[in-house]
Design a protein. Sequence first.
Lengths: 454, 454
Amino acid sequence: MQPKNLNQPDLNIAYRAHFRCFRGCVGEYSIYNVIYTCPTCGGLLEVYHDTDALRNRSAEAWKTLLDSRVGSTQWPYGSGVWGMREWVTPDLRSENVVSMYEGNTNLYWAERLGKQLGVPDLWVKLCGNSHTGSFKDLGMTVLVSVVKQMMADGVGVRAVACASTGDTSAALASYAACAGIPAIIFLPQGKVSTAQLVQPVANGAHVLALDTDFDGCMRIVREVTQDNTIYLANSMNSIRIEGQKTVAIEIVRQFDWEVPDWIIIPVGNLGNISALYKGLKLLLDLGIINRLPRLVAAQAGKANPFYQSYRNGFREKVMMPAQKTLASAIQIGDPVSYEKAVQAVQMTDGVVEQASEHELANAAALADLTGMYTCPHTGVALAVLFKLVERGEVKATDRVVVLSTAHGLKFTSFKVGYHEGNLAEVESQFANPPVYLPAEAKVVKEAIARKLGD
Amino acid sequence: MQPKNLNQPDLNIAYRAHFRCFRGCVGEYSIYNVIYTCPTCGGLLEVYHDTDALRNRSAEAWKTLLDSRVGSTQWPYGSGVWGMREWVTPDLRSENVVSMYEGNTNLYWAERLGKQLGVPDLWVKLCGNSHTGSFKDLGMTVLVSVVKQMMADGVGVRAVACASTGDTSAALASYAACAGIPAIIFLPQGKVSTAQLVQPVANGAHVLALDTDFDGCMRIVREVTQDNTIYLANSMNSIRIEGQKTVAIEIVRQFDWEVPDWIIIPVGNLGNISALYKGLKLLLDLGIINRLPRLVAAQAGKANPFYQSYRNGFREKVMMPAQKTLASAIQIGDPVSYEKAVQAVQMTDGVVEQASEHELANAAALADLTGMYTCPHTGVALAVLFKLVERGEVKATDRVVVLSTAHGLKFTSFKVGYHEGNLAEVESQFANPPVYLPAEAKVVKEAIARKLGD
């Protein structure tokens, strides 16, 4: 895209957005304040948009505007997130946008997999095809941009921080490095390899390995960030949701503003499904769509507190010690965004389902055979889809979207382990190890002939 | 994008493209024939487009058409490659396009790196942000689509094959899997780990590990493909160039059809720089641009035959045994596309330069500190840029594009090795290892204060 053209008017400043308590406590807070939870009840905040003002533009006009910005060379509209900036953080000034062209990822028609499954209208939204390799970029561009504006406006923030071993710290470190903002990553010593950490390390984050466990890290992070000069980027911070919700809007846009019947997403901390619902609800409120897709939360059986809560009718939030799972990014026993996710499932006639290690690994491998390169979390979502098809909940004529959260390149050892047949609790049904042959044309030709079924 | 709408007319069939001998021997060959080299002289072929016919549409009309297709939901125009299909393989029918939304990657304004370097108009074209993680997708979508059309039209091709340990086999296997076409990958036994192979393994390719070296593999591949039922996807096949050339056109389009002053690209087999020139030359022939950027071929010092040839004024092609380099994808001693690349350099007032292991690794690390995640080949290109700036060839006001060929996620061990300080011949000037601390808030706060320069 073109260099930032800062002479363009920031027209969208006409719109406003604030933090409010998700549970409904009275009070509004600037999104440029350092605030993470409701001062009254301690619950999560949510960014509230003035939908009355947004409705002054017609649904048709919004659709035309957003369509016109796709791939734009005018900063920052080429980004899928900032192409809908009026709906994200409308009063963020262009010069503070920290963007790496996130979004506008392939909504891949899974033609071969869908046919095998008997659901030919199957699509996989490949969010991992992104700057840092996961959907976290969508939220982090918003968070780091907000911090940049805070710093420009003299709010005394000096750095951003999070405790995470995976995609969140990779995205935070990269966007912070792009903006020149110091990033601090907190981790439990000895629990994490350099390979897992190497993205934030390479992006120059201050990586602190503490002599404690993950909970101990969170305790230290909270203490260190108490003076409000270090801005916390963990999931309790609701600003990232504003970026993550754009993927739901983008899916609808990519179907020429038609709503699919299902969106299936792997969930751990539950921010992502909350974000999907928030994006869809906005489209509904603005009259751009007139129905919602059914949202499916897919959990790993080893870390399934939300599934257990669903099974008890959401009467109470289940918490558990998460067991080790191949789907490491959703290995979470006490999900932060529980209340928001309950709303997302209840308001969309949604479903929560789970998948075993065996199921998720083989689902991922089956998808790979049709050209994808599937991370274990996407494997969870696919395995859940297979179950819903088998029991007739997803019908042959339904339009289904599976949300792929990360690029398989982040999970080389998962892929190698699968095809070498040594993943715990997994029987590799589609293992495809290399074939060793002498360098003789005749032998090679015979092997190929066998493979091609001559 | 939307399901394939096959009812749309394939208007572009008005245009024609054929193989011709690059050296100028008489003869035209269908691109849907199984033919790799000139039957007269044995040299490389090149796809020849009928530019007279293409000129019937004005430069302005072409620009408007291509701009209108960016991010289109109409199959297959959402792909950066197929958005310019009239210039790629105009008579390929829509139903045979095998696309995974390649191209339209971020032309990243390297604002912080450019400032550090004193070249503020610096851009990095992040081609590795793609389905299989490298720029090879651009060429492979074309090759596999052509094969699909061959098979549909009864040309007796049964499978695609290549000998490659890296990005080429990953891209071939993925696109073939997407299309349901068998892929065969030939490799030297014991020289390649499962991790390097795991993309084609996962994508269901028939991976044959032969008891020989790489040259031995190539010999067997040639023998096995002699009966023309297995289509060879190695670099000697010039059809991939038609997809790869689109990146040059895309760069110009992303600058609102302005030509940058320099494009710097890492080179090994030399197909990519040939492709850049071919794309730019087409724009020149159609009157869309009126000058060419200077092309810079960046080589690893350990495998620098093209650099040596350049130094001798291209009087003769230098060949050499390539030594081991971190930039493994360009570790090539006898480049296939030599003659085309000489033309690309000579016709653009181009430059060939080299970088040592130390230089490429530190250049990559410096770029990472500004938010990128740079593969070693991109490190070669950046290191060469630094040299050209230092000796005043690249000026402070020049607009420079560095072409990043793969995602850093494909090179985790390179990143880990760098930050652990154990890469051969590399002194890690920007190593950023984790800091180990006790879980005490006071100690942690002090460490952060030191880092933030309090």
